[in-house]
Write a new protein. Structure first.
Length: 237
């Protein structure tokens, strides 16, 4: 009977902890301010205030030499504090680079990349994730509070079954905490560094000037003479 009563007490206590965590979720969300959100490293563009934005861009530029343009694009990226996530270059063909650029310098870098040759296309889009980040932080705070309560319950548990039950619940909650922290980390990186798809294409060569031989010049001269002759005849009264 003691074991049954103990199990029932542990279950009721764990249930109470869960209900308490849920009931305070709204309160935590209300008191959560932008100070609670880890700094985004000045990721927002001027004029966006405290909003958190994930900005992506794509740009296509035709260049005289793709290999040289790739080297210059890497220099521009590194100079701006960014890095390359992926680079695919084929000999004497296009190059596609996936860049990560500090969001506060995105416009500046795009302009520099455009000057590598002739800009054909540019697209920039932004997603406001301020509320999403706030919700994730509030959920993370609640999970951590529940984890701390479960640790307290585990410290007071005596029966082996009770210990195993609380440990299983504690493991589940810790897994959810790790998942939330991973999502927030990836989101902070996306906020701080804008993703840029750069397409470098070789410029189409202009038509080469045709060099005429003796017969070619004779044909052109004859054609010019006949054309002028008809013009003169058509002008006669």
């Amino acid at each position: 009977m003691r074991s049954l009563a103990s199990n029932r007490g542990i279950v009721l206590l764990a249930l109470a902890c869960s209900l308490l965590a849920i009931s305070c979720a709204k309160r935590v969300g209300q008191v959560l301010t932008m100070r609670d959100v880890p700094a985004a490293g000045g990721s927002a563009e001027p004029g966006t205030g405290s909003r958190l934005l994930i900005t992506t861009a794509s740009i296509e530029v035709t260049v005289a030499s793709v290999p040289e343009a790739v080297d210059k694009a890497l220099e521009i990226t590194k100079g701006a504090g960014g890095y390359v996530r992926e680079s695919v270059t084929e000999k004497d063909s296009d190059a596609r680079l996936k860049l990560r650029i500090p969001a506060r310098r995105l416009s500046e870098v795009l302009d520099h990349l455009a000057r590598l040759g002739e800009e054909k296309r540019r697209h920039v889009s932004s997603e406001d994730v301020t509320e999403k980040v706030g919700d994730l932080n509030a959920e993370l705070a609640n999970k951590k509070a529940l984890r701390d309560r479960l640790r307290g319950v585990l410290a007071r548990a005596k029966d082996v079954k009770d210990v195993l039950s609380v440990e299983n619940e504690l493991t589940r909650v810790q897994t959810e905490i790790d998942s939330l922290e991973g999502r927030l980390k990836r989101m902070r990186e996306d906020i701080d560094f804008s993703a840029v798809d750069l397409h470098l294409a070789p410029r189409e060569p202009g038509k080469k000037r045709r060099i005429l031989g003796p017969l070619g010049y004779l044909y052109v001269g004859t054609k010019w003479f006949i054309t002028k002759l008809f013009v003169i005849r058509s002008g006669e009264p």
